[in-house]
Design a protein around this ligand. Structure first.
Ligand code: ADP
Ligand code: MG
Length: 260
C-alpha cells in the first residue's frame, strides 16, 4: 500500500478546514478506504471536540513530535462510528508550547513527520492533515511532505488576496511535484445567482495568477452545518443536499485524479 497525503490548508482561520477534513475523511472511509485524519493545528486544535474522549493512554501528535520514545501508532484513536482513525493534537490549555518553539524544534519535527509518514503510508490509503492557517512553521513542514493540498478560501476580497500571496510563497519555496486545489467554502447563495460575477472574478484572479492550482466547485454556506458543527457535534450533518452534491462531485474528481 502507498497512501496519499492530503493537506487541508488556508490563508485565514475559520474557512472550514476542520469541517471539510471531517467530511473528506468520512467520504473516503464510507467508500471502504483506510483513512487517517491528523490534527496538525497546534495553535487552535479542534478535532478532539468532535469525538468521544480518547483513553488516557492515547498519545497526541504533540507527544509524538516531542518525544522520540513514542511511535506514531501510539497516537491512533480508532473512531469506530466513523470507520476511520484520528490523531488528535493536545487541547489548547496545555498545547500552546508550539508557539514558543523555534526553527530548530520544527527542523526536528519535520524529520519526525517524515518518519511517521513512511510508516503511515504503509497502513493507510489516505492520510489527511488538518492544519492551522497561514504559513507558520508547522504548516510549512506539512506542505513539504503532502503531495496534495486543498486551500480553502472564504468568499471575500482579503481571503482571496491572502490566498494569492500564499500560493506565490508556496510555488517559490517548494520545488517538489505539487498538486494544489483552491476551494471556496461558505459561499452565500447570492454568489451563485445575482452576484455570480463577483465569484467568477475571484476565480479568474486565481486562475490567471496560478494556473497550476486547480479550482474545485465552490461549496455553499449552510445554516444547518454551521449550527450543528458549531457545537462540536459527534454527528456530521450529511443531509444537506445543496452542500453534499457539489462536495461529492469534488471528491469524485480527487478520487479519479489520485486513483484513491
Ligand atoms: N459550508 C459551510 N456552511 C456553514 N458553516 C460552515 C461551512 N463550513 C464550515 N462551517 C463552519 O464555519 C466554522 C469554521 O469552520 P472550521 O472548520 O472550524 O474552520 P477552520 O478549521 O478553517 O478554522 C465552524 O463553525 C464550521 O461549522
Ligand atoms: Mg480548524
Amino acid at each position: 500500500m502507498k497512501g496519499k497525503f492530503l493537506m487541508i490548508h488556508s490563508y485565514k482561520g475559520g474557512t472550514g478546514k476542520t469541517a471539510l477534513s471531517l467530511y473528506i475523511a468520512k467520504y473516503f472511509a464510507d467508500k471502504g478506504k483506510k483513512v487517517l485524519l491528523i490534527d496538525a493545528d497546534f495553535q487552535a486544535p479542534s478535532l478532539f471536540s468532535f469525538f468521544p474522549k480518547p483513553g488516557e493512554d492515547t498519545k497526541t501528535f504533540n507527544d509524538y513530535l516531542e518525544a522520540p520514545e513514542h511511535s506514531i501508532f501510539d497516537c491512533i484513536y480508532p473512531s469506530v462510528k466513523e470507520k476511520y482513525d484520528v490523531i488528535f493534537s493536545r487541547p489548547p490549555e496545555t498545547g500552546s508550547k508550539v508557539l514558543s518553539t523555534d526553527t530548530q524544534w520544527h527542523r526536528v519535527a519535520l524529520a519526525r513527520i517524515i518518519h511517521a509518514n513512511t510508516e503511515l503510508s504503509r497502513r493507510y490509503d489516505l492520510i489527511i492533515y488538518d492544519t492551522g492557517p497561514g504559513l507558520n512553521l508547522m504548516a510549512t513542514n506539512i506542505l513539504a511532505v503532502a503531495e496534495i493540498a486543498i486551500i480553502v478560501v472564504r468568499p471575500n476580497d482579503y481571503s482571496v488576496m491572502g490566498t494569492l500571496l500564499m500560493l506565490k510563497e508556496i510555488y517559490s519555496s517548494f520545488s517538489q511535484q505539487r498538486k494544489d486545489f483552491v476551494l471556496f467554502n461558505q459561499v452565500p447563495p447570492k454568489f451563485f445567482s445575482i452576484k455570480k460575477k463577483i465569484l467568477n472574478n475571484w476565480l479568474n484572479l486565481i486562475k490567471d495568477g496560478y494556473p497550476k492550482a486547480e479550482i474545485l466547485e465552490a461549496l455553499p454556506y449552510s445554516e444547518h452545518i454551521s449550527t450543528t458543527l458549531g457545537v462540536g457535534a459527534y454527528n456530521l450533518p450529511i443531509d444537506v443536499p445543496q452542500f453534499r452534491e457539489p462536495f461529492e462531485r469534488n471528491m469524485k474528481r480527487l478520487e479519479k485524479l489520485f486513483k484513491l
